[in-house]
Design a protein. Structure first.
Length: 125
């Protein structure tokens, strides 16, 4: 599937606002910690899954004062994040804005690179 036409939105659950001019989205990973349960009688290392580690989502968007202001306003809150894929599938989760960085990649293109720490469960539909 081609990622063209994917969207990203954030806000309060059910009232997320779409972010315009998103360039890329790297969704959070749903990864388990490894718990070492190896004993002296084990023939090899043994592991069990531990707590889920959701990690971060990173996205890039073309800079605008409106987007930068909205992100600044939400910095100290846990927000709802929703990625909608071209086939109408969605990835939703709660998370807080961990960092917002300005990045110049061309003399006339200024980007925002935003990192969001996922909290709770990731819902994939």
């Amino acid at each position: 599937m081609i990622g063209n036409q994917s969207t990203l939105a954030f806000g309060t659950p059910g009232s997320e606002q779409t972010i315009n001019d998103v360039i890329s989205i790297d969704p959070p990973k749903d990864e388990a910690d490894d718990i070492d349960i190896t004993t002296l009688s084990s023939a090899a290392y043994e592991y069990e899954p531990g707590l889920r580690k959701l990690g971060t989502m990173t996205f890039e968007a073309i800079y605008s004062t409106t987007l930068h202001g909205a992100l600044d306003a939400g910095k100290d809150s846990t927000l709802s994040w929703k990625i909608t894929l071209p086939d109408s599938g969605t990835i939703t989760f709660l998370g807080y804005i961990k960092s917002v960085e300005k990045k110049v990649t061309n003399p006339d293109l200024l980007k925002l690179v935003v990192t969001v720490m996922a909290t709770g469960a990731i819902d994939v539909n």
